[in-house]
Design a protein around this ligand. Structure first.
Ligand code: CA
Length: 223
């Protein structure tokens, strides 16, 4: 998953980014003003946007309006200060999906972010089940037929993304866009390495393959 944080307080932005990277394994991009936020939102595909309200260049409300006018369905969680409460109604009416009042607990922010990502992908339960595969997105554990499977951080990120879109063909480009942040160099062959590692671990001891290749298109996770 890939998250965009638009926040002009550098320390807060960095704390949120670190928490999302370390506790959830998400790729994170940070914009320090509304203009940069719009540039990133327009040129990348995010699974959720965390949006501060008071921003230089373009404020959170203007940026939210642009995102929705551009037809982007990405869930947006607004971070507001206590004295901005009256604008919450206007933000929700403008297409925000949730809000959190500063100062907030990073654990709550993480839980709300995960919930928005799940709902945005039509997967309301935090435990994703595909056949005999169970993926717990809260504690990031994977089991197949009750057997716990140890994955590397990147293998888990690939599997989690696929598991949010069961039965859909997911291209290598889509995986790269959602698993790496702006600063990463992207090589499509790394995805093949993670997929082959996942197959080896997931299918060990099972005669049913879970990750299928659709030639020239991508991968499907299905029973
Ligand atoms: Ca601010």
């Amino acid at each position: 998953m890939r998250v965009l944080i638009v926040e002009d307080e550098p320390r807060l932005a960095e704390n949120i980014a670190r928490s999302l990277r370390e506790s959830a394994g998400y790729a994170v991009d940070v914009a320090a003003d509304g203009q940069e936020g719009w540039f990133l939102a327009e040129s990348n595909t995010y699974d959720v946007v965390l949006l501060d309200l008071m921003l230089p260049q373009m404020d959170g409300m203007q940026l939210l309006t642009r995102i929705r006018q551009a037809g982007q369905l990405t869930p947006v969680l607004v971070l507001t200060a206590r004295d901005e409460k009256e604008s919450v109604v206007a933000l929700l009416n403008a297409g925000a999906d949730d809000y959190l009042t500063k100062p907030f607990d990073l654990g709550e922010l993480l839980a709300r972010t995960k919930a928005l990502i799940r709902r945005g992908k039509g997967q309301p339960s935090p435990v994703l089940v595909i056949g005999d595969l169970q993926l717990n997105t809260v504690n990031r554990t994977v089991q197949r037929s009750g057997r716990t499977i140890m994955l590397t951080a990147m293998e888990y990120r690939v599997l989690e993304y696929l598991a949010h879109r069961p039965g859909a063909v997911v291209s290598k480009t889509e995986l790269l866009e959602h698993l790496y942040d702006y600063n990463w160099e992207k090589f499509s062959n790394v995805i093949e390495v993670y997929i082959s590692g996942l197959r080896r671990k997931l299918d060990n001891g099972s005669d049913q393959q879970l990750i299928h290749t659709v030639r020239g298109q991508g991968y499907i996770l299905q029973d």
